[in-house]
Ligand binder design. Structure first.
Ligand SMILES: Cc1cc2nc3c(=O)[nH]c(=O)nc-3n(C[C@H](O)[C@H](O)[C@H](O)COP(=O)(O)OP(=O)(O)OC[C@H]3O[C@@H](n4cnc5c(N)ncnc54)[C@H](O)[C@@H]3O)c2cc1C
Length: 416
């Protein structure tokens, strides 16, 4: 069913009885060409591009819970392509371009809002680093503007400019960045994949892999055994546990990241603002709530809930940057489990087991990557070759010493 102004009017005049379920609820078949493990943003995007772009439609997405129960429905919704390194920037710019056409591609409103991201600089060295990053962005076709302090003041006059613990020296602005409604992204991809024939199977946990003579020929699930020519795993925070079922040990740790939402306020913050001297990113939702987050909790966990010290840390950062928000009330918070790779960059690759593929290690930046990750993973699954923007995301790069250490912060998840 195609969504349009006409279909809204027609259904409005006929008691809204003509709407169809957004996707089917099929029982799993015994065999698929490709089985995707994990119905998060990346799994659903992979199914969409596999079926729509590569014409591979005998595909199942197996999700252990309900669509949107993982990180795709828990993130702070920021999309941007402001990376530095060759291995990353073209990939994230490809993603940004896909975001810009996503609503047309999916015929679904994902509330893409390109309201810009401003990274604040608080030292001369940080401003120099932002100039370098901005140049790398421009060279890959992205947009970037280096702002001096007056331009920052014009844009976000409510920041603490006069008596700040970390004085603001300028900022790096990407105007095409912004936010998108995260669960609508999952629903839009699911709807499109389903309409192209993909079976989306919820409440179906993969409990093991069928592997003989170094070849993966299917999966065992809580709804029976399913055979497949190829199996693509993309389970984000569960990566290590799921790949352990295939006997693999990954260069990934799982950590909790929390997100916070305030009570609804009048329009206050024009885009996304990040605090370069601490770790705070903040934007305002269409409903008026301030949406913000900070560091990972700093200990390994598979629990989707966080702890109090990070709340205190984030509140302190907010007071340092925007003291006028001191009396805003926190409405709710939640946690998600991050698959932190050891260089902060993702993995989209074949494994040493024939027919078994892996996508993960997104740390806390995988939402913005959803379209490009789906496109690149679909390309790999369909052609057995890496997508041109994802040629460096190999699993063995840690053994080879070919890491993509984006922030130059070292191989420690707590620094990414
Ligand atoms: C608080 C928070 C804030 C964030 N903010 C941002 C942000 O602003 N911008 C950004 O770019 N990124 C952000 N991220 C990161 C981003 O959300 C993730 O990197 C990305 O969503 C991960 O990919 P996914 O959507 O496929 O993951 P998920 O939605 O977690 O999908 C994985 C799915 O696999 C399923 N699964 C697990 N095990 C099995 C199994 N055995 N069998 C079947 N299914 C299984 C899970 O149930 C889950 O649904 C944030 C994350 C969090 C938690």
């Amino acid at each position: 069913m195609r969504y349009s102004a006409l279909s809204i009017i027609k259904n409005g005049l006929t008691g809204n009885k003509g709407w169809k379920p957004v996707w089917r609820e099929p029982d799993p078949k015994q065999h698929y060409d490709i089985v995707i493990v994990g119905g998060g943003g990346h799994g659903l995007a992979t199914a969409h591009y596999l079926s729509k772009k590569y014409g591979v439609t005998n595909v199942a997405v197996l999700e252990k819970g309900w669509l949107g129960s993982g990180n795709i429905g828990r993130n702070t919704t920021i999309v941007r392509s402001n990376y530095l390194l060759d291995g990353n920037q073209p990939f994230y710019e490809h993603s940004m371009k896909l975001w810009e056409g996503l609503e047309t591609d999916l015929n679904y409103n994902v509330m893409m809002s390109q309201r810009g991201i401003l990274n604040l600089a608080h030292s001369d060295a940080q401003r120099d680093a932002f100039a370098r990053r901005g140049n790398a962005m421009l060279m890959s076709g992205a947009d970037a503007e280096l702002l001096d302090i007056d331009a920052v003041r014009d844009m976000v006059p409510f920041l603490n400019f006069d008596n700040a613990r970390f004085p603001i020296k300028g900022g790096l602005l990407q105007r095409r960045a912004g936010t998108a409604r995260h669960d609508a992204v999952a629903w839009g991809y699911a709807r499109s994949a389903d309409s192209h024939g993909v079976d989306i199977i919820q409440n179906c946990e993969v409990t093991g892999f069928t592997i003989h003579d170094g070849k993966c020929t299917g999966v065992q699930t809580t709804r029976g055994t399913i055979s497949a020519n190829k199996v693509g795993v993309c389970v984000a925070g569960s990566s290590s546990m799921v790949m352990a079922k295939a006997g693999m040990r990954l260069p990934i740790e799982s950590h909790v990241l929390q997100a916070f939402v305030s009570e609804g306020l009048k329009p206050t913050i024009p885009g996304v603002v990040t605090f370069g001297a601490g770790h705070l990113y903040i934007s305002q939702s269409d409903k008026g709530g301030l949406v913000f987050g900070g560091d990972i909790d700093g200990y390994n966990s598979y629990a989707q809930r966080g702890n109090l010290p990070v709340i205190e840390h984030v509140a302190e950062d907010m007071m340092a940057l925007m003291p006028f928000l001191g009396r805003a009330r926190l409405l709710r918070m939640w946690g998600g489990v991050m698959d932190m790779s050891m260089d902060g960059s993702p993995i989209i690759d074949k494994t040493h087991i024939d027919g078994l593929y892996f996508n993960g290690g997104w740390c806390y930046g995988g939402f913005k990557a959803t379209p490009a990750s789906g496109d690149a993973y679909a390309h790999l699954l369909a052609t057995d070759r890496p997508h041109e923007t994802a040629t460096q995301y190999h699993l063995d790069r840690f053994a080879r010493g070919a890491m993509i250490d984006e922030k130059g912060a070292g191989a420690q998840p707590n620094l990414h």
